[in-house]
Design a protein around this ligand. Structure first.
Ligand code: NAG
Length: 444
């Protein structure tokens, strides 16, 4: 089957660009919404089939080279479809350093050089491909790393491409898929577009309208959300990526953690007033001065150099956080460290065993991407990162050794975090989000 075709490049690049725009755009929503590559997987199928039906078959010569390609090399096949979805998937995550740009602009009220921002985002994103190649042996070749959400996508590819005979009084998998697709779309429109207030119904707040305690316990937005009821799937499932793709033990684990943190730890800490918790809102991502007002960041920043002003800090007082944010930060550092011991204890023995029949078959039939590509990419991108940080008049305030330190940290944590994602479908930067209620996903 041909796979790197004209269709693949066009649809792949377009869907990557659209997904990355939409996902970045939607992260600014209060109830963050993400569009996964599954959407692209569904939408490019008719586009690919249309291109196969209408584009001319004649081959096009690239001027001054021996290469030629055809606009239409035959029916739209599964390999092209998978490859387009991989393209789309590489754009389906939000770009982490864009948060830096947002924070600098919105929180500190400063501008940032457009090219510096662009280089920062690109180089940080590209670093990931380097790490991926370096850990490919452990994270891809090993049969123990089964990447649960990929299985969901594989079965969808099969449903979309397999020719199936409809069973009597039943549907084919494709028909069943479209039935669910259309009904869930029809339902999703109601809470998310027509009637957003039913995304969560906080009965406790409705009954005791003026009670602060009721707001803290019952509010879905600013409290613990006890007794609050959601009619919106994205709200219900927001503590997991996709409940369908997550193994049961991981769901139960997450729920137990959620229960302990939200229903036991946070309320106990709040009502025993630890860290002066009762002066501040129970759930908030803001920083506060000791009198409970919003912390005035300009007082501890040197506005011209954008550096920390110790003198101002000493005279103004320390930063306070909401009790929820305190535990989110603390526990995030805890979970990050725990990934290492967890992976060592649970997967240590399996990590270098990849002599599996599927791996062998793939190795026999397909040539692997040479390892030096990844090493070269990594070196180039680390070089570019250093250039970005040291250049632009030192605007990014990170010296070259900071970049190297960051790269070393990434090297230490990519494997354990990758193993956890590959076996439980939990993404590490979601470990933080996990702890938050749906509206305020705090990043520490
Ligand atoms: C914050 O502090 C700066 C500098 O002291 C002052 O000019 C500004 O008015 C303060 N802003 C608020 C909201 O209090």
């Amino acid at each position: 089957m041909p796979c790197l075709t004209f269709r693949t490049w066009v649809l792949g690049i377009v869907s990557c660009a659209i997904l990355s725009f939409l996902n970045q755009f939607f992260t600014y929503r209060q109830n963050a919404l993400s569009i996964s590559s599954v959407s692209a997987q569904i939408l490019v199928l008719p586009a690919g089939k249309l291109m196969a039906a209408y584009l001319p078959r004649k081959s096009i010569q690239i001027p001054a080279t021996k290469w030629s390609f055809s606009l239409n090399p035959g029916p739209f096949n599964m390999k092209e479809h998978v490859l387009i979805t991989i393209f789309a998937n590489s754009g389906s995550n939000t770009v982490y350093p864009v948060n830096i740009v947002t924070i600098v602009k919105a929180f500190y009220g400063r501008g940032i050089n457009l090219i510096a921002a662009m280089m920062l985002s690109q180089s940080t994103q590209m670093l990931g491909y380097g790490w991926a190649g370096i850990f490919r042996r452990f994270l891809v070749d090993s049969p123990y790393m089964w990447w649960p959400s990929n299985l969901v996508q594989v079965s969808l590819f099969q449903a979309l491409h397999d020719v199936e005979v409809r069973p009597k009084r039943g549907q084919t998998r494709l028909q069943f898929f479209f039935l669910v697709f259309i009904s869930s779309f029809a339902y999703y429109i109601v809470p998310n577009y027509l009637f957003p207030s039913i995304t969560a119904l906080s009965f406790v707040c409705w009954i005791w309208k003026d009670s602060v305690t009721a707001q803290i316990t019952g509010s879905d937005r600013h409290g613990l959300g006890i007794g609050s009821f959601a009619l919106d799937w994205s709200t219900v499932s927001s503590f997991l990526l996709s409940p369908l793709a997550t193994p049961c033990f991981a769901i139960v684990n997450t729920m137990v953690g959620f229960f302990i943190v939200i229903y036991i730890l946070i309320p106990t800490a709040y009502w025993t007033n630890s860290y002066d918790a009762r002066k501040f809102p129970i759930i908030s991502s803001h920083v506060f001065a000791s009198d409970g007002s919003r912390y005035n960041v300009t007082r501890v920043m040197n506005q011209s150099t954008f550096e920390f002003n110790l003198h101002g800090y000493d005279s103004y007082g320390k930063i306070n956080l909401s009790i929820f944010f305190i535990y989110t930060c603390g526990l995030s550092f805890g979970t990050l460290t725990a990934t290492k011991s967890h992976v060592a204890l649970f997967y240590g023995r399996h990590l270098d065993k990849f002599n599996n029949v599927h791996t062998r078959l793939i190795k026999k039939n397909y040539e692997a991407v040479p390892q030096w590509w990844f090493h070269a990419l990594l070196m180039i991108v680390i070089g570019l990162s250093i250039l970005t940080c040291e250049g632009f008049g030192g605007q990014l305030l990170l010296p070259y050794w900071g970049v190297i330190l960051a790269a070393l940290l990434a090297m230490l944590f990519t494997l354990p975090i990758g193993v956890i994602t590959a076996t439980t479908n939990q993404v590490s930067d979601r470990l933080t989000a996990k702890l938050c209620l749906r509206n305020e996903c705090l990043t520490c």
